[in-house]
Design a protein around this ligand. Structure first.
Ligand code: FAD
Length: 471
C-alpha cells in the first residue's frame, strides 16, 4: 500500500510518556514522528490532569492560608471568586506548558502528526485527522504511549451536573452541595479545590478508608485537619444508583459490609465520579501489529519497556500501575534508549506518590501498613512537626515525617511525610532509598535550619537515638 510518511521512530500519544519518548529519540538522532489526536501536546497530565489541578490547588491554598491568618490578628475580606477569571488563569497555565512542548518538538524536528492512530501492521499505523483524511506512517520502531481514560460507573446517567475529573477541572460552576464518588487522590484534590471555593462536600468510598495506598497514620492527620471541609465522609459505602432529577442529582447508597446500615439517599447539585482510570491499550488496534494486550487493556512489557514484539515498546499509564506522570517519563527514556540499542533498563527501587491536598500526603517505598500485611520487620524514625520550629512558625505543625528502615541492614526502605509541601520533600527520601542510605547517612547530612526538609534529618536522628530536640 501507499506510505505517506516514513520514519525510524513512531511514538503514539503525546502525554508525558509520549513527548518524553519522542524528544529522547530525536536527541539520540532518530528520525521521529509523534502522533497525537488532540491539537495540544501534553496528554492528560498537562491538559486535564496534574497541571490544571495544581493551578486550582494553588489558588485554594492561598485562599485557605489568607483566611487562616485571622487567628494571628490579620483579617482579609471573604474572597470574591470570579470563576471565569479563575478558569482563564488555569487555561493560561495549560497553554503556556503545552505551547512550550510544541516549541521543543519543533526545535528537535520531531514530526508531530495530528489524528487518531490505529495500527494496520507491525510496521504501519494509519492516522485519521479530524477532517477524516488519512495518512499511513511507516516505522522501523515504535513506542506506544496512548495513556488511560476515566472509568465511568455504568448506572450513572449523562447530565451536565455529573462530571469526571476533566469536567470538574472545567470549573463550569461552584455547586452548593457536591458529592465526590471515590476517595482516592484525584477525588480528594478536586474536593479540596471545590470546598475552598465554597461547596459543601460529601465523599463516598467503597473501601474502609480514604487515600488507599498511604499509611493510615498519615491519612488520619490529613482527615483530622480536614474535618470541617467535609459534611460527610462515607467509607465502606457503595454508590448504587444515580438519578438526574430537576431539583438535583439523587444518589443512593448501600453499605459495603453485610449488616451495616446505609446512609439515606441524598440530593446534590454536582457529582464528581473519580473511581479510577483504565488503560487505552485496547483502543489502538494493537492486534493488527501483533502486540499483546491484556483483557483490561494493559500492554505487558519487559524491563526495557519492550512489548512481545522486539521493535515495539510501550510506556506510561497503559503498561500498569502506578499511573503517574513521573513514572511515564522515566519509562519513556528507557524505551527510547533501548530502541536506540543502549543497555537501558527500568530499574528503580521506588516511585513516590503524592496527594497534593492540604496538608499534602507523600510517601515512597514500602509503607508500614504494607510491611505489617507482609510480615516484614521494619524500624522507624518518627519526627512530629510540632517539634519543627519552621512548621510551628508557619502555623502548620499538624504533620510528621517518618522514615522506615530495614531492621537488619538499617538501610532506609520507605518513608512518608504529611504536612505542607510534603510532595516537594519526598524526593529526598526517594534518593536516600535509591542510594542505599542508612540512618546515619541521613542523620549526618546537614539540612538547612529552619526548614520543613530538616524534618527528614531529624527523623533519622530519632531513629539513631541522637535527636536532642525531642524529650
Ligand atoms: P496520557 O497522559 O494519558 O497521554 C496519552 C496521549 O495519547 C493523550 O494525549 C491521548 O490523546 C493520546 N492518544 C491516545 N490514543 C491515541 C490514538 N489512538 N491516536 C492518537 N493519540 C492517542 N500524575 C502525577 O504524576 N502527578 C499528578 O499530580 C497527577 N495528577 C492528576 C490529576 C488528574 C485529574 C488526572 C486525571 C491524572 C493525574 N495524574 C497525575 C496522572 C497523569 O496524568 C498520568 O499518569 C499521565 O498523564 C500518564 O501519561 P501517559 O503519557 O502514559 O498518558
Amino acid at each position: 500500500g501507499k506510505v505517506d510518511i516514513e520514519c525510524e521512530m513512531m511514538v503514539l500519544g503525546a502525554g508525558p510518556g509520549g513527548y518524553s519518548a519522542a524528544f529522547r529519540s530525536a536527541d539520540l538522532g532518530m528520525n521521529t514522528v509523534l502522533i497525537e489526536r488532540y491539537a495540544s501536546l501534553g496528554g492528560v497530565c498537562l491538559n486535564v490532569g496534574c497541571i490544571p489541578s495544581k493551578a486550582l490547588l494553588h489558588v485554594a491554598a492561598v485562599i485557605d492560608e489568607t483566611q487562616a491568618m485571622s487567628k494571628h490578628g490579620i483579617s482579609f475580606a471573604k474572597p470574591e471568586i470570579d470563576i471565569d477569571q479563575l478558569r482563564a488563569y488555569k487555561d493560561k497555565v495549560i497553554t503556556k506548558m503545552t505551547t512550550g512542548l510544541a516549541g521543543m518538538a519543533k526545535m528537535r524536528k520531531v514530526n508531530v502528526v495530528q489524528g487518531v492512530g490505529q495500527f494496520v501492521s507491525a510496521n504501519h499505523i494509519e492516522v485519521t485527522a479530524a477532517d477524516g483524511s488519512k495518512k499511513i506512517v511507516q516505522f522501523q520502531k515504535a513506542i506506544i504511549a496512548a495513556g488511560s481514560a476515566v472509568v465511568n460507573l455504568p448506572f450513572v446517567p449523562k447530565d451536565p451536573r455529573i462530571v469526571d475529573s476533566t469536567g470538574a477541572l472545567e470549573l463550569r460552576q461552584i455547586p452548593k452541595r457536591m458529592l465526590v464518588i471515590g476517595g482516592g487522590i484525584i477525588g480528594l484534590e478536586m474536593a479540596t479545590v471545590y470546598s475552598t471555593l465554597g461547596s459543601r462536600i460529601d465523599v463516598v468510598e467503597m473501601l474502609d478508608g480514604l487515600m488507599q495506598g498511604a499509611d493510615r497514620d498519615m491519612v488520619k492527620v490529613w482527615q483530622k485537619f480536614n474535618e470541617k471541609r467535609f459534611d460527610k465522609v462515607m467509607t465502606k459505602t457503595k454508590t448504587v444508583a444515580v438519578e438526574a432529577l430537576e431539583e438535583g442529582i439523587k444518589v443512593s447508597f448501600e453499605a459495603a459490609e453485610a449488616g451495616a446500615t446505609a446512609p439515606e439517599p441524598q440530593i446534590y447539585d454536582m457529582v464528581l465520579v473519580a473511581v479510577g482510570r483504565s488503560p487505552n491499550g485496547g483502543k489502538i488496534a494493537a492486534d493488527k501489529a501483533g502486540v499483546t494486550v491484556t483483557d483490561r487493556g494493559f500492554i505487558p512489557v519487559d524491563a526495557q519497556m519492550r512489548t512481545n514484539l522486539p521493535h515495539i515498546f510501550a510506556i506510561g499509564d497503559l503498561v500498569g500501575q502506578p499511573m503517574l506522570a513521573h513514572k511515564a517519563v522515566h519509562e519513556a527514556h528507557v524505551a527510547a534508549e533501548a530502541a536506540h540499542g543502549e543497555k537501558a533498563f527500568f530499574d528503580v527501587k521506588v516511585i513516590p506518590s503524592v496527594a497534593y491536598t492540604d496538608p499534602e500526603v507523600a510517601w515512597v517505598g514500602i509503607t508500614e501498613d504494607e510491611a505489617k500485611a507482609k510480615g516484614i520487620k521494619l524500624e522507624k524514625g518518627h519526627f512530629p512537626w510540632a517539634a519543627s520550629g519552621r512548621a510551628v512558625a508557619n502555623g502548620r505543625d499538624e504533620g510528621f515525617t517518618k522514615l522506615l528502615f530495614d531492621a537488619e541492614t538499617h538501610r532506609i526502605v520507605g518513608g512518608g511525610i504529611v504536612g505542607t509541601h510534603a510532595g516537594d520533600m519526598i524526593g529526598e527520601i526517594a534518593l536516600a532509598i535509591e542510594m542505599g542510605a542508612d540512618g546515619i547517612d541521613i542523620a549526618k547530612t546537614i539540612h538547612p535550619h529552619p526548614t520543613l526538609g530538616e524534618s527528614i534529618g531529624m527523623a533519622a536522628e530519632v531513629y539513631e537515638g541522637t535527636c536532642t530536640d525531642l524529650p
